[in-house]
Write a protein that binds this ligand. Structure first.
Ligand code: SF4
Length: 423
């Protein structure tokens, strides 16, 4: 019993780890853009700095820590928020450093697209950089460079004034984002319908249909129509990846979040494959087609071929991780059939996967579920399997997926530059 609990905790930890790495990666990308703040440049202001930790909040900067676990201060860059502020002929990216109470203790020019001579003039004007020292975040954000009496650097007035304006604008835009009130929870009647379907699915999963197959068939038709075509709510890799990147939209789509939570938590805690057996429109469509197809149509796949096909879903999960972490220009929705239920947005690839999967299910029951579905593989991974459950190959593969995700986050800049310089 204890071993099985540990195994389930391990599986949950794997999913949490992947989601956490993806989230942290995207927070860093949002903050750092294509020119990450480095420890070396921060040490010019904080000599004891040993670590930079991304701030996932609206200020979008980085906390500076020393080796003894003390927060030394906070740094942020003005680019890309202020890239539309042009000095003489281009933008300037500035590093602003604060003490823990958010008073400026240093400003550095990081890079600029302005004229090299102007930039050099600014770099050599030490007095100019001290203009902001000692001022609080609020006073810098609320005062224009002109109101603060900043005159700019002689010979590089336009560039230096643009840099000063960029500093003010960067802090103001963070303040504006902080002042935004979170929107109210939007629970629409379509959400109510989805919640009702989840409740019925839970009843069917735990109570069964008591020998009334029409109940299951009727519910499957409802799931295809409502969850698939009407609500457009099938769970998919594109959805999970998007949530990991940007956060869970529980205010805007509460029922969809509930559906995803039920799909993960119920099989994890109870062994019941709630989503795949009762709530997935594509699973329901395959089961219905398989049910009505004549038995003589069924074919048995050669063992080796079937074994090869079983690699498809885990390999697709690996591909999802690579596309997500490297920001490759590929739509994850095109790897699965689920967008085909949203008729207005469905792409050719999605429709093709959906149609091929449905046709295949006439000959091999639940063919796509058994061999091709990465979302099904993910939900099956997290599912408890009772007394016979053991640490197995899929658990090792999942750990490798964590290593792959972390490795891609670690080497992102180099890999991204290499891929996009060769394409
Ligand atoms: S395996 Fe995939 S297609 Fe099949 S029921 Fe599960 S999520 Fe749906």
């Amino acid at each position: 019993m204890f071993r099985r609990v540990l195994l389930q905790i391990y599986r949950l930890a794997i999913l949490v780890a992947i989601a956490w790495i993806v989230r942290a990666h995207y927070v860093r990308l949002r903050i750092e853009g294509n020119s990450p703040i480095t420890l070396e440049e921060v040490r010019a202001i904080f000599p004891k700095a040993t670590e930079l930790r991304a701030d996932s909040g609206e200020r979008a900067g980085m906390f500076v820590w020393d080796g003894a676990g003390h927060q030394l201060g906070y740094v942020l860059r003005t680019s890309p928020v202020t890239d539309d502020i042009i000095g003489y002929r281009g933008w300037t990216d500035t590093l602003i450093a604060f003490d823990p109470a958010l008073h400026v203790i240093g400003v550095r020019l990081r890079s600029s697209q302005d004229t090299a001579e102007h930039v050099e003039d600014i770099r050599e004007d030490r007095y100019y950089f001290k203009t902001w020292n000692g001022k609080s975040w609020d006073s810098v954000a609320r005062t224009t460079p002109e109101q603060a009496g900043i005159e700019g650097v002689s010979g590089a007035t336009m560039t230096s004034m643009a840099m000063a304006e960029g500093i003010t604008r960067r802090l103001r835009s963070a303040d504006a984002a902080l002042a935004l009130k979170p929107p109210p929870i939007r629970f629409k009647w379509v959400d109510g319908g989805l919640v009702a379907i989840i409740v019925v699915a839970l009843i069917l999963a735990f109570k069964g249909t008591h020998g009334r197959p029409w109940l299951r068939r009727g519910f499957q038709v409802l799931v295809i129509g409502y969850v698939g075509f009407f609500a457009g709510a099938p769970l998919a890799q594109s959805l999970f990846a998007g949530w990991a990147e940007n956060g869970v939209p529980w205010r805007n789509a509460p029922a969809l979040v509930l559906l995803a939570a039920a799909a993960l938590v119920v099989p994890w805690a109870t062994r019941k494959p709630l989503y795949c057996q009762h709530l997935c429109p594509h699973g329901a469509a395959q089961e219905l087609l398989g049910h009505f197809a004549p038995r003589r149509w069924r074919i048995a796949l050669p063992k080796g071929f079937a074994a090869g096909l079983r690699w498809l879903a885990p390999l697709t999960l690996g591909l999802v991780v690579i596309i997500t972490m490297l920001g490759l220009p590929m739509d994850l929705a095109h790897l699965e059939p689920f967008d085909a239920y949203s008729l207005r947005v469905a792409g050719i690839a999605t429709i093709a996967i959906a149609v091929v999967g449905l046709i295949a299910s006439l000959f091999v029951p639940m063919a796509y579920c058994r061999y091709g579905c990465p979302t099904g593989a993910l939900l099956e991974f997290i599912r408890a399997r009772g007394a016979a459950d053991r640490f197995g190959r899929r658990d090792i593969a999942a750990l490798l997926l964590v290593v792959l995700t972390e490795g891609l986050a670690w080497k992102y800049q180099a890999l991204h530059a290499w891929i996009f310089s060769t394409t």
